[in-house]
Design a protein around this ligand. Structure first.
Ligand code: G3P
Length: 215
């Protein structure tokens, strides 16, 4: 499973990229709006200068024609931009057009197997089931990830599954178990994935034992 970072914060992206473990970044309008420079183009170009893998930038238009125009502009910002489009009827129309132009689309706000099937049929490169938001309303978000992975497997659909709306480290474990191609994780969760108290106490013991013989 690849790890993407789910943030538009440049400092977080720089720090995470220095670990050498992230393969892409996902943004959305809410994440970009939190940054000091909430200019989508500036933020995405800055991210693309740090990360060479897929960087998702979301369209704000709601009708298919405007989505297509906006997506073409966003895709021209950098060679590694993936355009994020919500799964609606207009989103599917736009995705069908854009995928034929070899523009990579991440179909977002996916909450059902049917939506994921349609995203794949429209030619989306990625689909993003939102795990945490399903958990929030008492559904099992990771079950959806697992069902989509299974369904894509049956029909050999090439669309990659991004487990999104990840809220904690256990989501990363269960996404990997469910066979997600990618988990896109907030910076805080990425940092928590590194930690284990036994690693810390193990290092302390090694150093203490070594100090004893080297004094
Ligand atoms: O990857 C999608 C993500 O940004 C949404 O997360 O926590 O707002 O549901 P959340």
């Amino acid at each position: 499973m690849l790890i993407f970072l789910d943030t538009a914060n440049i400092d977080e992206i720089r720090e995470a990229a220095s670990l050498g473990v992230i393969s892409g970044v996902t943004t959305n309008p809410s994440l970009v709006s939190k940054e000091a420079t909430a200019d989508y183009e500036t933020v995405v170009k800055a991210i693309c200068s740090i990360v060479s893998g897929s960087v998702s930038a979301e369209v704000l238009a709601e009708d298919a024609e405007s989505m297509v125009e906006e997506a073409r502009v966003k895709a021209s910002w950098a060679p590694n931009v993936t355009v994020k489009i919500p799964i609606t009827a207009d989103g599917l129309k736009a995705t069908s057009t854009l995928s034929k132009e070899n523009i990579k689309i991440n179909m977002t706000l996916c909450f059902s197997v049917n939506q994921a099937l349609l995203a794949a049929r429209a030619g989306a490169a990625y689909v993003s089931p939102f795990v945490g938001r399903l958990d929030d309303i008492g559904h099992d978000g990771m079950e959806l990830v697992s069902d989509i992975v299974e369904m894509y497997g049956y029909y050999e659909l090439p669309t990659k599954v991004i487990a999104a709306s990840i809220r904690h480290t256990l989501h990363c474990v269960t996404a990997a178990r469910a066979g997600a191609d990618i988990a896109t994780v907030p910076y805080k969760v990425l940092m928590q994935m590194i930690n284990h108290p036994l690693t810390d106490t193990g290092i302390a013991r090694f150093l203490e034992d070594w100090r004893r013989v080297s004094q």
